[in-house]
Design a protein around this ligand. Structure first.
Ligand code: GLU
Length: 472
């Protein structure tokens, strides 16, 4: 069957329509939920280090304002185009709704390959982009709050907040104009690893559901599961780390220069260092290389984690994918044809717009921290420790026994910022997983988990629109 070509936004729309059939919303409301509210396409000149002037193409899309601010990352990639940014912005709306993060969806993109630019050139591009957003009122803690995405990180977010704050002197909540900042610039501890950790919490919850595992012919739990990760960027690296730490075996990792396999398990940190010094994952001690990096997607394994870019699994290669569970750490790694193949095969696809929501969830915590101007744990850490110490002392006096020093440290410990962030993320991912699975189980006609996730999202956004009414 020839592969039908859908643009990324059309794929998202197709998945939306598939799910909308299982809801009861007025067609007008559904139309409004689907549409991108505002698309800002811009061009601006930047002088490069060699004196040349380059005209940069960039975007910011605000998909929905049913809740404000809009929220979503900014990617730097050669592949950026309007359709892609629109699709990613739409996914952000649904993602935020599913994990109960009170934002509308947004996304930004700059069409550059960051590897081709010197740091000072990237800084100029980022600052100019921010200034363009300020000019059109497309950024601000109550308007639209960018974050890292493919090709960007804390460094770029620091440039954004600095540019914004200098253009808006005296704006007391300026730090909340962007998330994913370095901790020294108002960032929150735990944001860097948040997406990977969320992927792990989500899959762990699914793997703890006995009925779901029975259907797949798998035992419950993460320990011993064989995992393949595509992408060793921030999300892939941290997903691999948390799976390994929980006792899973990461048997293969793929990057754009190749893919490697080691049935004994791969340590992502050692591999990361190896790649840093040699420029490639290929040749990593103890591993064998596959002839094509895409071969990794087709390996025999329990869990496949595509953590790179969109459309990597399509109608052509999906029939050869042997994983029992596919955890979409990237945004849009499967095409609609791939979804159909997996629904038929009985492969469980855990969908992107909920599974990779850890990033935006912790961004929400960062934004709240910026608005409250106080670090998490600052008020209660000592209080809790003193209280726990007193309680433990009383128990020891009454029992005549003393607790060992290791246990004492655990019992007495008051929460640090990172403890609270992890705990908030864990709670968010567990709740979202159960909500989607319960809905899916209650309606056996829903073909897959992605459709169930969309139904949850559509119902939440639909409720918002219905309750808001439509402004005359
Ligand atoms: N870029 C990430 C995503 O696609 C994070 C967005 C955010 O933190 O706002 O979900």
């Amino acid at each position: 069957m020839p592969e039908q070509h859908y643009s990324f936004f059309q794929s998202v729309t197709r998945s939306f329509d598939k799910a909308a059939k299982f809801t009861k919303w007025d067609p007008g409301i559904l139309e409004q939920i689907k549409a991108c509210n505002a698309v800002y396409q811009m061009r601006f000149p930047v002088k490069m280090n060699d004196g040349r002037i380059e005209v940069i193409e960039a975007y910011r899309v605000q998909h929905s304002q049913h809740k404000t601010p809009c929220k979503g990352g900014i990617r730097f990639s050669d592949e950026v185009n309007q359709d892609e940014v629109m699709a990613l912005a739409a996914l952000m709306t649904y993602k935020c709704a599913i994990v109960n993060v009170p934002f509308g969806g947004g996304k930004g993109g700059i069409k550059i390959n960051p590897k081709n630019y010197a740091p000072y050139e990237l800084e100029k591009i980022t600052r100019r982009y921010t200034a363009e957003l300020v000019k059109k009122n497309f950024i601000g803690p109550g308007i639209d709050v960018p974050a890292p995405d493919y090709g960007t990180g804390a460094r770029e977010m620091a440039w954004i907040v600095d540019t914004y704050a200098s253009l808006k002197p005296g704006e007391i909540d300026a730090a909340g104009c962007v998330t994913g900042k370095p901790v020294s610039q108002g960032g929150v501890r735990g944001r860097t690893e948040a997406t990977g950790l969320g992927v792990f919490y989500g899959i762990r919850e699914v793997c703890d559901m006995k009925d779901v595992m029975d259907k797949l012919g798998l035992s419950t739990g993460i320990a011993g599961k064989r995992v393949v990760v595509q992408g060793l960027g921030n999300v892939g690296y941290h997903s691999a780390k948390f799976f390994r730490e929980a006792g899973a075996k990461v048997i293969a990792i793929a990057e754009y220069e190749g893919a490697i396999v080691n049935e004994e398990g791969i340590n992502e940190e050692d591999l990361f260092q190896f790649r840093k010094s040699t420029g490639s994952i290929v040749g990593f001690p103890g591993s064998t290389a596959l002839s094509k990096n895409s071969d990794a997607l087709e390996l025999e394994c329990d869990i496949l984690i595509p953590a790179a870019l969109e459309n990597v699994i399509n109608g052509e290669n999906a029939p050869r994918v042997k994983a029992k569970i596919i955890g979409e750490a990237a945004n849009g790694p499967l095409t609609p044809e791939a979804d159909d193949v997996f629904a038929q095969k009985g492969t469980l696809v855990v969908p992107d717009m909920y599974l990779n929501a850890g990033g935006v969830t912790v961004s929400y915590f960062e934004w709240l921290k910026n608005l409250s101007h106080v670090r998490y744990g600052r008020m209660e850490k000592r209080f809790t420790e003193n209280m726990n110490n007193t309680l433990l002392g009383q128990v020891e006096t009454m029992t005549g026994k003393t607790v060992g020093s290791k246990e004492r440290a655990i019992i007495v410990h008051g929460p640090d910022e990172v403890d609270l962030v992890y705990s908030g993320l864990e709670e968010t991912m567990i709740t979202a997983t159960r909500e989607i699975m319960d809905l899916w189980k209650s309606n056996p006609d829903i073909p897959d988990m992605r459709t169930a996730a969309y139904v949850v999202a559509i119902n939440k956004v639909g409720t918002s629109y219905a309750e808001l009414g439509i402004f005359p």
